[in-house]
Design a protein around this ligand. Structure first.
Ligand code: 3PG
Ligand code: CO
Length: 558
């Protein structure tokens, strides 16, 4: 697909189009749990008031998720934003493939079965996030795998659950673990079946790092899952209860654990000849463990013995690297993303975020491809391993400096930046920190706005999904914030179902276009067309409609 011109009459801005994605900053009525309404954010309020703005759908079917009960997330948000159209996302692809049987109909599942049945049967290890958040995984998918393993005659299964508390309630691990233990007991009651939990831990301490920010987290998971090395417990439940007694604020921070028998032998270390299936469908936090299992050369930590296993991903996580080599589902390749088209047309773009969101404005925006397109320049600002709730400003100022330098350089027509604060601090559940996080984003945007104005560019501000605007659990039933046994409000660490802001700040008078108000459910999928139009290009036919339309011809009446 080649980019054509949008409109004869439209003149693109002299400066760049700068797209600011405020991660996890959605729209909700002001209230005690809303860190955005409580924040002192003069610039955002003014930009919102004085410019053409819209509220965009960023969750559910608007971003390719199974239902409108599914909250938005950064993966689907950035992917849909970059692709310019709604495409079914991992959660939907897996759900459908289970329903129609294709998940277990392919050669890869058969390889798993072959490996784990017969005279030299290996153990099947299932590693992944245990919740129904539907962001990285879904417990229903795990259960389908377990039942299918049983039906296929696999005798020995070890589950390595990663505990959530980030996409679901902060202390909900036992709910999911109890359901899992019940199913494992049911399946193990059959003849010649031995299905157990072997190791695990909170997802932010165990295995699920992303973008190589904290390889030590993956190392701790590797040691627990593969070597059976870590804090020994008699059961996963015991590990959770112990962490709660130690006042762990949410399940995501539960230390890695290894289930061991009375003699201290781990019940499920990973051996040569086993099969390992990572049942997360989302790639960002699955890539590192996949690489640890697959890559010959691996510099991020000492793996020790690397077992000779069949390693399988629920999905292929990186289309460029072909990682992992084996997967149950290969998602359809996402071509013609906005950045790819711009690059092909020779239009230079610049992509920056701090570590924890770096892949969001590159890998996801590029359609789950890790290699930048020829004209796309990418830059990561190191997050420096700081805890977001202790440093809610994170690296927003440094990221803003970088954006401003890119604007001032005059080298780029399109600049996209993600501010991690609203989301990363939102996930910690700390309301006061989330207020500061949103204020840091406002300060950064204030400076970026000045730079864009001086360069005669156009600033577009939006968000990929909500988070910081709901920091307390709300009970619809009692129409009040939920309380724990001591009467304290319960933190909400997850994303939300809220709309997100969208505003175009263009100083030109007149700008040559008008914001459309006639779309039934404008959403993130409409942004790519809009950006292309602002840059003077027509959007491809396969894209969802633009949020702007050419201004009607000037008449004598004005
Ligand atoms: C995470 O991975 O941190 C959360 O599960 C989702 O957050 P994100 O979609 O904003 O990255
Ligand atoms: Co998030």
């Amino acid at each position: 697909t080649e980019l054509g011109l949008w409109q004869e009459r439209y003149t693109p801005p002299a400066g760049p189009v700068v797209l600011v994605i405020m991660d996890g900053i959605g729209l909700a009525p002001p209230n005690d749990g809303n860190a955005v309404s409580q924040a002192d954010i003069p610039t955002l309020r003014r930009l919102w008031r004085e410019n053409a703005s819209l509220q965009l759908a960023a969750h559910g079917t608007a971003v390719g998720l199974p239902t409108d009960k599914d909250m938005g997330n950064s993966e689907v948000g950035h992917t849909i934003l970059g692709a310019g159209r709604v495409l079914p996302q991992g959660a939907s692809l897996v759900q459908k493939a289970i329903a129609d049987g294709t998940l277990f109909g392919g050669a890869t599942w058969q390889q798993v079965v072959d490996k784990c049945t017969g005279s030299e049967a290996g153990t099947l290890h299932l590693i992944g996030l245990l919740s129904d958040g539907n962001v990285h995984s879904h417990i229903d998918h795990l259960f389908a795998l377990l039942r299918q393993a049983d039906a296929a005659g696999i005798a020995r299964v070890r589950v390595h659950p990663l505990l959530d508390g980030r996409d679901v309630e902060p202390h909900s691990a036992l709910r999911y673990l109890d359901r899992l233990e019940t199913l494992l007991a049911e399946l193990s009651s059959g003849a010649d079946r031995d299905y157990r939990i072997a190791s695990g831990g909170g997802r932010m301490r165990t295995t699920m790092d992303r973008y190589w920010e904290r390889p030590d987290v993956v190392e701790a998971g590797w040691n627990a899952h593969v070597h059976g090395v870590g804090l020994q417990v008699p059961s996963a439940r015991a590990a959770v209860e112990r962490a709660y007694a130690n006042k762990v604020a949410s399940d995501q921070q539960i230390p890695p654990f290894v289930v061991a028998d009375a003699a201290g032998t781990p019940v499920g270390a990973i051996e040569d000849g086993d099969a390992v299936l990572l049942f997360n469908f989302r790639g960002d936090r699955a890539i590192e463990l996949s690489a640890a299992f697959e890559h010959e050369h691996f510099d991020f930590f000492e793996r020790g013995r690397r077992p000779d296993v069949l390693f399988v991903g629920m999905l292929q996580y990186d289309g460029d690297l072909g990682l992992p080599r084996h997967c149950l589902l290969v998602p359809p390749a996402i071509g013609n993303t906005m950045v790819e088209l711009l690059s092909d047309a020779g239009v230079p773009s610049y992509h920056v975020a701090e570590s924890s969101k770096f892949g969001h404005v590159t890998y996801y925006l590029f359609g789950m491809r890790s290699r930048p397109f020829a004209r796309a320049k990418v830059h990561e600002v190191s997050s420096g391993g700081l805890e977001p709730d202790e440093h809610p400003e994170m690296k927003a100022a440094e990221v803003a400096d970088d954006v401003i330098a890119a604007v001032d350089s005059g080298e780029y027509r399109f600049i996209v930046v993600n501010f991690a604060n609203g989301d990363m601090v939102g996930h910690t559940g700390s309301l006061p920190a989330a207020v500061k996080a949103v204020e840091a984003v406002d300060a950064a945007i204030t400076r970026i706005h000045d730079a864009v104005r001086s360069s005669a560019g156009v600033l577009v501000v939006t968000a990929d999904h909500g988070n910081a605007e709901e920091m307390l659990q709300w009970s619809a039933k009692s129409a009040a914030f939920k309380q724990d046994a001591d009467g304290n409000p319960i933190a909400k660490t997850s994303h939300t179902l809220n709309l997100v802001p969208f505003v175009i700040v263009d100083e030109r008078q007149p700008p040559g276009y008008a914001v459309r108000r006639d779309l039934a459910r404008p959403g993130l999928a409409n942004i790519a067309s809009t950006v292309l139009n602002l840059l003077g290009y027509a959007a491809p036919a396969q894209y969802d409609p633009s949020l702007i339309r050419p201004a009607p011809e000037q008449t004598d009446a004005g």
